[in-house]
Write a protein that binds this ligand. Sequence first.
Ligand code: NAD
Ligand code: DAU
Length: 352
Amino acid sequence: MTILVTGAAGFIGSNFVLDWVDQSTEDVISIDLLTYAGNLENLSSLNNNPHHHFIKGNIGDRDLILNLLKKYQIRAVLNFAAESHVDRSIHESKDFMETNIVGTFNLLESARSYWNDLDQNLKQDFRFLHISSDEVYGSLDLTDPPSNESDPYKPNSPYSASKAASDHLVRAWFQTYKLPVFTVNSANNYGPYQFPEKLIPLCILNALNGKPLPIYGDGQQIRDWLYVKDHCSAIREVLKQGHIGETYNVGGSNEKTNLEVVKTVCVILDKLKPKSDGKSYFDQITFVKDRPGHDRRYAIDASKLERDLGWRPQETFETGLRKTVLWYLENDAWMNHVVSGQYQDWVQKQYS
Ligand code: NAD
Ligand code: DAU
């Protein structure tokens, strides 16, 4: 059997594919449009692996997707492909609507068309797993309980609104057509191969280059942090034994303010890569203009996943963050390749 992974050259998609090839006997077809966020270097260790094939393409290309589904007799589609960066969605949201909403719609239609024509056994085994975000639940107050799967959707950014729309499409394709779907809503991921536009890799990169560590507003916004490999294991568990049509929240129970996160990165760097002048990386922390509509707090109640499927995260924030910082220190060539012209344009636009 073979699975199709979309957005496979991105941060979470590539971590998922690498883990899958390590742990499963099923082959993987990876597809990715290779936008600025897609990086084939993430998958380079699979270059000569006969159990993995990469295809450059758009999830919105129905003919391409349908042909791939048929050619490789795909038994599960995992949809990681998306425009994923909130700040970019604030500057310009067109691509977010096109990929996250229209792209997901087209992918669902390709999957439905393929699934409809499968014979009974293959039809029964087919799954469509959609990767989404805790941001769809909107911002929580400090005293609110963490978001659970039955909470209402209240997205606040163009990014989260587009993800919320895609979740609704997935739900509707189950309710209306009985397409066997799951949706996984995850907290903030961190770990290897994350593009340095996101808080943690951006701060590691800037710290090492002696640049400011930009904290939006007062830095008291809270996120729930999940090590990417724990997200991948949750997705594998849902695919294996999830209940069709259900939504599962995934979180690390690691609520931290942004300031705490950046300070912890500094503490780890001070130990692993002390500055030659004897000073701390703390000195580089700089408060900058806030993100418009900045959500104050996200927190995820992952008890359904733990109770129903027995999943637990393996990493604490401290162990996961240490591994992450070490990975970036040991993979400076990866970072140097990523920090290309397009990346510099973004930094200029956002932080100047
Ligand atoms: P990412 O931006 O690193 O990767 C997204 C990938 O999708 C890129 O490789 C990009 O080239 C590809 N892509 C974009 N448009 C495409 C299209 N039309 N067709 C095919 N490929 C396309 O994002 P990520 O952080 O790896 O996130 C993966 C998924 O997980 C997204 O759906 C995101 O919304 C969701 N998510 C991310 C986080 C997080 O903290 N990073 C948390 C929760 C949910
Ligand atoms: O919660 C899940 C979401 O997490 C995913 O759905 C998104 O795809 C993913 O990008 C992430 O969104 P955030 O906006 O939370 O991630 P980001 O790393 O951009 O920012 C994390 C927090 O840090 C947020 O409160 C904004 C703040 N921040 C971010 C940057 C880039 C700063 O203070 N300074 C910065 O320079």
